[in-house]
Write a protein that binds this ligand. Structure first.
Ligand SMILES: *[C@@H]1O[C@H](CO)[C@@H](O)[C@H](O)[C@H]1NC(C)=O
Ligand SMILES: *[C@@H]1O[C@H](CO)[C@@H](O)[C@H](O)[C@H]1NC(C)=O
Length: 859
C-alpha cells in the first residue's frame, strides 16, 4: 500500500518534471484551464477559488490547469461572476481580476482517423511483371548504392515506381545526394507508435513522445486497432535495415504522441500539439472531424491557441510545421474547408494521388488544400511498417497515408535548411509542386502564374524539386495581415441559379497601413442563416477574378443551420497583391423548401509584411473574436434600401438617399431602421422582395446579367466631439446567373461595379481591425474601439437588437452549429459541460449573466 503510493508519487514527479504532463482523473475531478495575467499567481488563484493548481498547460504561456471536486456546474465561472458583482459594490482589487479566460474541461470523443473505408479494401497487389526493365535496374542500383536491404523496398512504389514510371515522390536521387532526414524530427500525432518495432526503434525519439490516452511516457499501441500511427511512422522514418521497407526520410527521428485511442480533453490535445516543440519539428496529423459530408467542426479554443503558440514559439521561433490529411470524405461530398484543422492557415493540407497518378475517389478537395502526394488507389496501397517487432503493412491508405509521406519529405527539406520558417515551408511546397492531370478541368492559372486545382492543390510534391529549391530559398519576411470590418448583408438568398454577390474593395493604402505586401492565405469568416446547410455554396473572387470555391454543397448535410462565424480558408490567392475588389458569391443551389439569409462576412488577408520591423505577433485567439460584429463602423443596408446603383433603373424610391461620393457625411446610424425596405426578418416581406426587385430591372441577359445592382454607403462617424470618421464602401448587387459547377471562374464574367471607389477605413478603426498593436493589446484596442462604435450607434437607435443584439444575446445553443454538431457526434451527452468546454466565460448565458459581467473576462 505504502509502497505503491510512493511509487505513483515518484512516477508523478518524474512525469511532471520531464513532460509537464500530469495524469488527470476525470472520474474524480473536474479540470479547468485558466489564463492568468503576468501579475497573478496561480497559487493564489487556486486558494481563492478553492482549487488545486496542477501546473502550467504545456507550453502555452499564462495558462494553468486547476483541479476541483466534481460538480455539474462551472464553479470557476460562477465564482468569477459573483466576485465581479461584489466588486462592483466594493471596488477593491481582487486576485481573480487577473483571470483572463477560463474553460472547464470535458472528455470528448477522439478525432477520426483518415483510414480508407474498409469496404474498399483489401487490395489486389499490382503485378510487377509489367515493370519497365530500365526502371527496375535503377531501383536495384539505388538499393545497392545506399545499402538498402529492406525486403519490401521493391513494393514501396511510392518511393520508386518501376511500373508507372514517374509516379512516385522522386526521392532516390535526393538520398543519393546524402539527404535522408538527418537531424530532422517528425512527431506522429495518432493512436500510438510501436517504438519496439525493429523497423522504428533506432529512429525513435523518446523525449518527444508521450501517451496522452494512457498517461505514460511511451506511446505504445495498446488497442487492436492502434496500427494507424505506426504505419504512418514507418512511411516517414522506417530504418534502413533488413526489416520491412524504408521511410522517405529514413535517417530522421520519429516521435509518437498518442491521442486517438480514448476520450480526451481539449487541454490534453493542446499540450500534445505543442509537445517538445523545440525538437519535434513537424507534426503529422492524419485525423480530424468525421468525413461524413455533414460534420462541420473545428478545434476548440485551447487547441487553436496551442497551434498559434507553436507557429510563434516552436522550433526556436521558426514555427512548428503541421501537416494534415485532407480527409477521405469525397464520396460523401465532404470538403476539407468544413474541417477546422485542414482549413487552418497554420497547417499544410495534403490530399492523395494514386499509383497511376489519378485522383483517388476518397481524397477531399477544398480551396485550403496545398499539395497532394501518393497513397492508395488503382488497386494498390502504401507498403510500410506495422505494429509488431517485424511486421509489415501492405494496405495502408487514404489521405492518412499521404500526410506522413509529405511530412517525411519536409523532414528532408529541414535537413538541408533547418532555418526555414513554417511559412517558408508552405511557400516551397506551393512553389515546387508539380501539376498533375492538367486536362481534367479542375485547374486554373493563378495571378502569379501558378496552376491551382481544388482537387490537387498546386500539384504533387516532388522531393527533388522541393529540396533543391530549399537550398537557395530566401526566407520570407514576417507575417502581416489585413482584416476587413464585418460587412453586413442581411439579404435572403435566392434559390437555384441565383446568388448574392457582395464586394469589398481593398485599396493600396489599406494594405500599406496593414504592412501587408503580398497575400498568402485568405480567410473568410461568415454567417448565414439557413434551414439546410448542405444547400449552400460560397465562392470568393479575387480582384484578378481568380476563384476560390470556399464552400461547396454537400447532399448529406441536412443540418438545420447555416454557418455561424465559420472561417473558410483559401491558398488559391497566394502571391496576389490583395489590392482591388474582392467579391463573395453565396448561393442556395437547390430549389426546395429550405431557404436562408446571408447575414454578414469578414475578409482577412494573411501574407508577407512590407516592413519586417513593424511586424507583430498575432494575439492569441479568443472564442468570441469573430462574434463582435459591432467592430465595424459600417453597416450595410440590404441592397434594396440604398441608392447609388450604376443602373438608374435599380434606384429604388424607398432607398435612403446617400451621396455616394461624400465620405465625410455624417453617419446614418441605422440604415436598416430608417428604411421601409423589406427586412429579412419578415417572412412575408421576404417573399415579396424578390418580385418587387425584379420590376426595377430592365430586360437583361438570362444568366450572366446583373439582375439588381445596388451599392451601400454608410459612414461611421463616432462620438459627437471625437474625430472618428469611418467610411467604407460596400458594393452589393444581386447577380442572377446559371450555376455552373465546374471551373466557375470562366463562367463568372460579371463585372465589378466601377462607379465608385470604396473609401478607406478611418485610420483608427483600421489599425484596430488590422491588429496592428503589440501582443494582446492590439486586439484589445481594436475591440474597445469597436465597442465604442457600437455604443454610439446604439444611442441613436432603437432597433439595435436587429442589427447587433440579435447575435450577442442569442443563446449559444442557437448560435453555434459547431456545438450542436459536436454533440451529435458525441452522442448528445451532457450538453451543458460540452458547451462550457468550448466557450469562454460570459459566452453563454446559461447562468443568466448579462453582457456587462461577461465582458471584462474577455480579452
Ligand atoms: C545537426 O544539427 C547540429 C546542431 O544544429 C549540427 O551541428 C550538425 O551539423 C547537424 N548535422 C547534420 C548532419 O546536418
Ligand atoms: C526528379 O528528380 C530528378 C533528379 O533525380 C530531377 O532531374 C527531376 O527534375 C525531378 N523531377 C521534377 C519534376 O522536378
Amino acid at each position: 500500500m505504502k509502497l505503491s503510493a510512493l511509487t505513483s508519487l515518484l512516477g508523478l514527479a518524474a512525469l511532471t518534471t520531464a513532460a509537464n504532463v500530469v495524469p488527470r482523473d476525470f472520474d474524480a475531478n473536474d479540470y479547468y484551464v485558466l489564463e492568468l495575467d503576468a501579475q497573478t499567481s496561480p497559487v493564489e488563484v487556486a486558494r481563492s477559488l478553492g482549487l488545486r493548481h496542477e501546473g502550467p498547460l504545456g507550453e502555452i504561456k499564462g495558462h494553468h490547469v486547476f483541479a476541483a471536486r466534481k460538480t455539474e456546474h462551472d464553479v470557476v465561472k460562477r465564482e468569477l461572476v459573483q466576485r465581479r458583482r461584489r466588486k462592483r459594490d466594493l471596488g477593491a482589487r481582487d486576485t481573480l481580476d487577473g483571470v483572463l479566460f477560463s474553460s472547464k474541461q470535458k472528455l470528448r470523443a477522439p478525432w477520426t482517423k483518415r483510414i480508407i473505408p474498409p469496404r474498399y479494401g483489401p487490395f489486389a497487389r499490382k503485378d510487377n511483371a509489367q515493370a519497365v526493365p530500365e526502371a527496375v535496374q535503377k531501383q536495384s542500383h539505388v538499393a545497392t548504392t545506399l545499402g538498402i536491404a529492406d525486403p519490401i523496398f521493391k513494393d514501396q512504389w511510392h518511393l520508386f515506381n518501376p511500373v508507372q514510371v514517374g509516379h512516385d515522390v522522386n526521392v532516390t536521387d535526393v538520398w543519393l545526394s546524402g539527404v535522408t532526414g538527418k537531424n530532422a524530427t517528425v512527431a506522429i500525432v495518432d493512436d500510438g507508435l510501436d517504438m519496439y518495432s525493429d523497423d522504428l526503434k533506432d529512429n525513435y525519439y523518446a523525449q518527444g513522445s508521450y501517451d496522452f490516452n494512457d498517461k505514460t511516457s511511451e506511446p505504445k499501441p495498446r488497442l487492436a486497432e492502434d496500427r494507424h500511427g505506426t504505419r504512418c511512422a514507418g512511411e516517414v522514418s522506417a530504418v534502413k535495415n533488413n526489416v520491412c521497407g524504408v521511410g522517405v526520410a529514413y535517417d530522421s527521428k520519429i516521435a509518437g504522441l498518442r491521442i486517438l485511442s480514448k476520450l480526451i480533453s481539449d487541454a490534453d490535445e493542446a499540450v500534445a500539439m505543442n509537445y517538445d516543440f523545440q525538437h519535434n519539428q513537424i507534426y503529422s496529423c492524419s485525423w480530424g472531424p468525421p468525413d461524413d459530408g455533414k460534420s462541420m467542426d473545428a478545434p476548440g479554443i485551447l487547441i487553436r491557441r496551442a497551434m498559434l503558440n507553436a507557429v510563434q514559439n516552436g522550433r526556436g521561433g521558426l514555427g512548428s510545421i503541421y501537416v494534415f490529411a485532407s480527409g477521405n470524405g469525397a464520396p460523401s461530398e465532404d470538403n476539407c474547408n468544413f474541417d477546422g484543422y485542414t482549413n487552418s492557415i497554420y497547417s499544410i493540407t495534403v490530399g492523395a494521388l494514386d499509383r497511376e497518378g489519378k485522383h483517388p475517389y476518397y481524397s477531399e478537395k477544398c480551396s485550403a488544400g496545398l499539395v497532394v502526394t501518393y497513397s492508395s488507389g488503382s488497386g494498390d496501397a502504401i507498403h510500410t511498417t506495422d505494429v509488431g517487432q517485424n511486421t509489415c503493412a501492405s494496405n495502408h491508405g487514404g489521405t492518412s497515408a499521404a500526410a506522413p509521406l509529405a511530412a517525411g519529405i519536409f523532414a528532408l527539406v529541414l535537413q538541408v535548411r533547418p532555418d526555414l520558417s513554417w511559412r517558408d515551408m508552405q511557400y516551397l511546397a506551393m512553389d515546387t509542386a508539380v501539376p498533375v492531370n492538367e486536362d481534367d478541368g479542375s485547374w486554373q492559372t493563378t495571378t502569379i502564374g501558378k496552376k491551382f486545382s481544388h482537387t490537387f492543390g498546386y500539384g504533387k510534391i516532388d522531393s527533388w524539386g522541393i529540396v533543391e529549391a530549399a537550398k537557395t530559398w530566401k526566407n520570407v519576411k514576417p507575417q502581416a495581415w489585413f482584416f476587413s470590418p464585418w460587412i453586413h448583408v442581411n439579404q435572403p438568398i435566392p434559390e437555384g441559379d441565383k446568388g448574392i454577390a457582395v464586394s469589398f474593395e481593398i485599396t493600396e493604402d489599406m494594405l500599406k497601413e496593414a504592412n501587408l505586401e503580398r497575400v498568402e492565405h485568405v480567410t473568410v469568416t461568415m454567417n448565414i442563416e439557413h434551414t439546410r446547410r448542405g444547400d449552400i455554396s460560397v465562392d470568393l473572387f479575387s480582384p484578378n477574378k481568380v476563384v476560390s470555391h470556399l464552400s461547396t454543397t454537400r447532399s448529406p448535410d441536412n443540418v438545420e443551420a447555416g454557418y455561424v462565424d465559420w472561417t473558410f480558408m483559401s491558398v488559391v490567392h497566394w502571391g496576389e497583391s490583395g489590392v482591388g475588389t474582392w467579391t463573395i458569391v453565396v448561393k442556395d443551389t437547390i430549389e426546395n423548401k429550405h431557404h436562408g439569409t446571408f447575414t454578414d462576412w469578414h475578409l482577412k488577408l494573411w501574407g508577407e509584411s512590407r516592413d519586417p520591423q513593424k511586424a507583430t505577433l498575432l494575439p492569441m485567439p479568443t472564442e468570441d473574436e469573430d462574434d463582435n460584429h459591432a467592430i465595424t463602423s459600417t453597416i450595410t443596408a440590404p441592397a434594396s434600401t440604398t441608392t447609388i446603383a450604376p443602373d438608374p433603373a435599380a434606384t429604388n424610391t424607398q432607398a435612403i438617399s446617400i451621396p455616394s461620393d461624400h465620405p465625410d457625411r455624417p453617419v446614418n446610424s441605422k440604415p436598416t431602421g430608417t428604411s421601409d425596405a423589406p427586412l429579412p426578418s419578415a417572412t412575408q416581406d421576404e417573399q415579396e422582395a424578390e418580385p418587387t426587385k425584379s420590376t426595377w430591372l430592365p430586360s437583361f441577359l438570362p444568366d450572366l446579367g446583373v439582375s439588381a445592382s445596388t451599392q451601400a454607403w454608410i459612414y461611421g462617424a463616432l462620438a459627437l466631439i471625437v474625430v472618428f470618421c469611418c467610411g467604407l464602401g460596400i458594393y452589393l448587387w444581386i447577380a442572377r446567373r446559371r450555376r455552373l459547377r465546374n471551373n466557375a471562374r470562366d463562367n463568372y464574367e460579371f463585372e465589378l461595379l466601377d462607379e465608385e471607389e470604396a473609401e478607406g477605413l478611418a485610420t483608427g478603426e483600421k489599425r484596430g481591425a488590422a491588429g496592428g498593436g503589440v501582443g494582446g493589446k492590439g486586439g484589445k484596442a481594436g475591440k474597445t474601439r469597436g465597442g465604442e462604435l457600437y455604443d454610439a450607434f446604439a444611442g441613436g437607435s432603437d432597433d439595435e437588437d436587429d442589427e447587433f443584439g440579435g447575435y450577442r444575446d442569442r443563446p449559444v445553443d442557437e448560435v453555434s452549429p459547431r456545438v450542436s454538431e459536436k454533440r451529435e457526434r458525441h452522442g448528445g451527452s451532457d450538453e451543458d459541460e460540452e458547451e462550457e468546454g468550448h466557450h469562454v466565460i460570459g459566452d453563454d448565458d446559461s447562468e443568466g449573466e448579462d453582457e456587462e459581467e461577461g465582458r471584462p473576462l474577455r480579452r
